[in-house]
Design a protein around this ligand. Structure first.
Ligand SMILES: Cc1cc2nc3c(=O)[nH]c(=O)nc-3n(C[C@H](O)[C@H](O)[C@H](O)COP(=O)(O)OP(=O)(O)OC[C@H]3O[C@@H](n4cnc5c(N)ncnc54)[C@H](O)[C@@H]3O)c2cc1C
Ligand SMILES: *[C@@H]1O[C@H](CO)[C@@H](O)[C@H](O)[C@H]1NC(C)=O
Ligand SMILES: *[C@@H]1O[C@H](CO)[C@@H](O)[C@H](O)[C@H]1NC(C)=O
Ligand SMILES: *[C@@H]1O[C@H](CO)[C@@H](O)[C@H](O)[C@H]1NC(C)=O
Ligand SMILES: *[C@@H]1O[C@H](CO)[C@@H](O)[C@H](O)[C@H]1NC(C)=O
Ligand SMILES: *[C@@H]1O[C@H](CO)[C@@H](O)[C@H](O)[C@H]1NC(C)=O
Ligand SMILES: *[C@@H]1O[C@H](CO)[C@@H](O)[C@H](O)[C@H]1NC(C)=O
Ligand SMILES: *[C@@H]1O[C@H](CO)[C@@H](O)[C@H](O)[C@H]1NC(C)=O
Length: 542
């Protein structure tokens, strides 16, 4: 308990640290020297340590900050950023951070909606995985080892090049999302109704635990291997690499987008979509995104619903299917484009499609993303009554919603067949679709960001009657600190169980059990990390 108290008290730490620094006779008592001493390769670790004194500190820090809400002068900054070149740098950083009382924030792609991979309220160090991003593909066995620092686009690029377009990985739409965070939280994308979540296709992993041990699936055991595939990043250790199952895709997919305004019966169509889309064949991904726009006819505000889908097959197969299942949408050949799987990623992301090299661009800014944003998610288990949509539209007509969107993403297919407890991700059979509410604003509006965040809370409150209840389910990779926060990165079991049930439902208990086994002192922690069970911990001591 003594060291627990120590590691959770930043003020005590500061006192002890400066004291020991001042009287230090041993180089090891300085954090930076500790890193050099405890890495097996001291000459190279100094090349990957950035303190505020290094001229590239800010550019390294800012490199993957996606949400400018967390890039203000008052945002807490890390004492050091380490960009490990190999596992021994990770081991040294864990050892020295524990010794000197720093918290570690792990960053792969930096897309965390709440910036938890690079912001903390207590003295902290960032381990940025950017240099660990190799992708090794075994085409014959349809598997790949991919390191956490790779982005989805790098994995995709290599799969397509090496398989000549015959293989794919069922992951997300945005190429700059990092493998480390994405796989840690589940990960859905265009192929998830056919092949499940990305994490359902993970077959091995390499993790460095709090003791600095490098564990593969066999060494970590099935409980921990279960926990890291959807239990959320930053709780169990530093994931270095993942072995994933690749899947076959046909040479031709078909995508379409059809837009309808309120005047074109958008409300009726969305209402109907709710019962049609979740039952479409597994070959479909189907979603609707609504925004508010000025009508091209009279300039008055209206709602624009964009119905989009991807289909693993050609146009000739798709059209009759849609005519049978959803004739009201009025899909015609002209709405459809045939393309390869990799082109479908660029199409959905509204990215240029001339060259695949764009997939390797880690600085690519999505045209769909505002500089600052706040997002929330919900799951819908029975269709929302048609009348209720009026309330949603009126929220979108409020001033703050100029850059807001609400998305509906159909579940069903393979997602219904995987057990709720197969991985920590519990939102399987019984869910018709997921909703995502996002509100965006310009960087310069940051001072007024609270207005936009309040808008998202009002919408969320309105939606409460129509979505899943007890618990109200949420997607961990759409992190939302509003649904239960532990102050200053401290996690307690009781607080954790509020958001824990929403993200993980009954799987939360097993996650707490695993956490208690592998990191009982709660070294790997953030505002929504899995807390250890303190009472069980005490019992173990007797
Ligand atoms: C533009 C955009 C598009 C998105 N599209 C999709 C989508 O299509 N499908 C989908 O499912 N999600 C999507 N997401 C959500 C995304 O999956 C999550 O934000 C995910 O956690 C991001 O991973 P990251 O590595 O980029 O983020 P990071 O911010 O680096 O990490 C996220 C969390 O995981 C932890 N973590 C990171 N790396 C490691 C590691 N190596 N070991 C242990 N813990 C680690 C971090 O500490 C943090 O808590 C999108 C997000 C954005 C911003
Ligand atoms: C940052 O500065 C320290 C000394 O202050 C130096 O040891 C280290 O090599 C520098 N890091 C880089 C990446 O240049
Ligand atoms: C940064 O440089 C100043 C002045 O040289 C020094 O006092 C301080 O300890 C350095 N900080 C770090 C984190 O290296
Ligand atoms: C030491 O570093 C090398 C890379 O320089 C790495 O391959 C090796 O695994 C490391 N050894 C240990 C014991 O960490
Ligand atoms: C690669 O794919 C293209 C298009 O599908 C095909 O025409 C070509 O023959 C394939 N090349 C090889 C080497 O398989
Ligand atoms: C909207 O639906 C009504 C019937 O519900 C129909 O008469 C009308 O033509 C539709 N409008 C459009 C633009 O499709
Ligand atoms: C929509 O109309 C309002 C006023 O009617 C105007 O202020 C706004 O700029 C318009 N938006 C767009 C995107 O044209
Ligand atoms: C590629 O982009 C062009 C221009 O946006 C578009 O017309 C074309 O349909 C796209 N091709 C595919 C396969 O998406």
């Amino acid at each position: 308990m003594k060291s627990l108290h120590f590691s959770m008290s930043p003020f005590l730490f500061v006192v002890l640290f400066s004291l020991s620094w001042a009287i230090s006779a041993h180089a090891d008592e300085n954090f930076l020297d500790c890193l050099s001493l405890h890495s097996n390769d001291s000459s190279s670790i100094s090349k990957v340590i950035y303190t505020q004194n290094n001229s590239s500190y800010s550019s390294v820090l800012d490199s993957t900050i996606r949400n400018f809400r967390f890039n203000t002068p008052t945002t807490p900054k890390p004492f050091v950023i380490v960009t490990p070149l190999h596992v021994s740098h990770i081991q040294a950083t864990i050892y020295c951070s524990r010794k000197h009382g720093f918290q570690i924030r792990i960053r792969s792609g930096g897309h965390d909606f709440e910036g938890l991979s690079y912001v903390s309220e207590v003295p902290f160090v960032i381990v940025d995985m950017v240099n660990l991003r190799s992708v090794d593909i075994d085409i014959e066995n349809k598997v790949a080892w991919v390191q956490s620092g790779a982005i989805l686009g790098e994995l995709y690029y290599n799969i397509v090049e090496q398989s000549n377009g015959t293989l794919a990985f069922p992951a997300g739409l945005c190429p700059t999302v990092g493998i480390g965070g994405y796989l840690s939280g589940g990960g859905y994308g265009l192929l998830f109704r056919k092949y499940g979540l990305a994490t359902d296709n993970v077959i091995d992993a390499q993790l460095v635990d709090v003791k600095g041990r490098v564990l593969d699936r066999k060494a970590m055991g099935e409980d921990l291997f279960w926990a890291i595939r959807g239990g959320g990043g930053g709780s169990f250790g530093i994931a270095v690499a993942w072995k994933v199952q690749l899947v076959s895709v046909p040479a031709t997919m078909t995508l379409f987008t059809i837009t309808k305004t309120l005047e074109q019966n958008a409300t009726k169509l969305i209402h109907h979509w709710q019962s049609v889309a979740p039952k479409l064949p597994d070959e479909f991904y189907s979603g609707v995104t609504v925004t508010r726009v000025n009508s091209s006819q009279d300039g008055k505000m209206t709602i624009l619903a964009s119905f989009h889908a991807s289909f693993l097959g050609g146009i000739d197969e798709l059209i009759p299917l849609m005519q049978e299942r959803f004739p009201e949408l009025g899909l015609v050949r002209e709405d459809c484009t045939e393309m390869s799987w990799i082109e479908s990623i660029l199409y959905m992301g509204q990215l240029p499609n001339e060259t695949l090299n764009i997939l390797l661009d880690r600085t690519l800014q999505s045209p769909l993303l505002s500089p600052s944003f706040k997002s929330k998610s919900d799951y819908v288990r029975k269709p929302i009554p048609e009348i209720a949509f009026q309330g949603i539209w009126s929220k979108l007509f409020e001033e703050e919603a100029h850059s807001a969107s609400i998305s509906f993403i159909a579940y069903g297919g393979k997602m219904d067949e995987i057990s709720d407890s197969a991985t920590p991700f519990p939102h399987r059979a019984g869910n018709l679709y997921k909703m995502v509410y996002s509100v965006g604003w310009q960087e310069e509006d940051n001072i007024r960001s609270q207005r936009y965040i309040s808008w998202s809370r009002r919408l969320y409150s309105y939606m409460g009657s129509f979505v899943s209840k007890s618990p109200r389910q949420s997607y961990i990779n759409y992190r939302d600190l509003d649904i239960g926060t532990n102050s200053k990165g401290k996690t307690s079991f009781t607080q954790g169980s509020v958001w824990g049930r929403k993200y993980f439902m009954n799987n939360f208990d097993r996650l707490v059990h695993v956490k208690t086994m592998v990191d009982p002192q709660n070294f790997f922690r953030h505002e929504q990390s899995i807390p250890p069970h303190f009472s069980r911990l005490k019992k173990n001591h007797h």
